[in-house]
Design a protein around this ligand. Structure first.
Ligand SMILES: [Zn+2]
Length: 173
């Protein structure tokens, strides 16, 4: 299909209707490859504060959920946990980040993920899984989120710099 190349097509409506009307294509994200496996990536601009996706699954009493061997448990309150391990739960692909662009909020036992920053097409959507999850599953192997990756890199380059400085041995007196 040729692009409509007229630079200013001020075609009346502000809310341009998308050509495809299936609910799937309207989603502003897709599942894709990330550093740690699969992740959820924005395909459209997602504005700060807007709802992205709901984390869904079986609602289980906490004492039963505690017995399950899955990483996709989301405790919604002192009594209930959502088991989000089903692949139908696309929100389970949202990875953890220590500097996230989204957050998961519980409202009436519904887990709603929404943007806390403006997310651009191509950006990976992330939220902070919280300290309990971090300590149980991430800490041991080290966090691979972009923020931690960057931190590690900064530490490494600082280390290099200090070694260089030492080897130069410029005596000052
Ligand atoms: Zn991290």
């Amino acid at each position: 299909m040729p692009k409509t190349s007229s630079s200013k097509t001020t075609s009346s409506s502000r809310t341009a209707p998308s050509s495809k009307t299936t609910s799937r294509s309207r989603r502003p994200f897709r599942v894709g490859r990330s550093k740690t496996g699969l992740g959820l990536f924005a395909t459209k601009l997602i504005r700060k504060g807007s709802f992205i996706i709901r984390y869904t699954g079986r609602m289980l009493p906490n004492r039963i959920a505690d017995e399950l061997d899955t990483k996709y448990l989301f405790e919604v309150n002192a009594r209930w946990t959502v088991d989000g391990s089903s692949r139908k739960n696309v929100a389970r692909y949202v990875n953890h980040s220590c500097r996230p662009n989204a957050e998961a909020d519980v409202k009436k036992r519904k887990i709603l993920i929404s943007a806390i920053k403006t997310i651009h097409p191509g950006d990976e959507i992330t939220y902070n899984y919280g300290r309990d999850y971090f300590n149980a599953f991430i800490k041991e192997h080290g966090c691979k989120c972009a923020a931690c990756h960057q931190k590690k890199f900064v530490v490494r380059s600082k280390h290099k710099r200090s070694r260089k400085r030492k080897s130069r041995k410029r005596p000052k007196s």
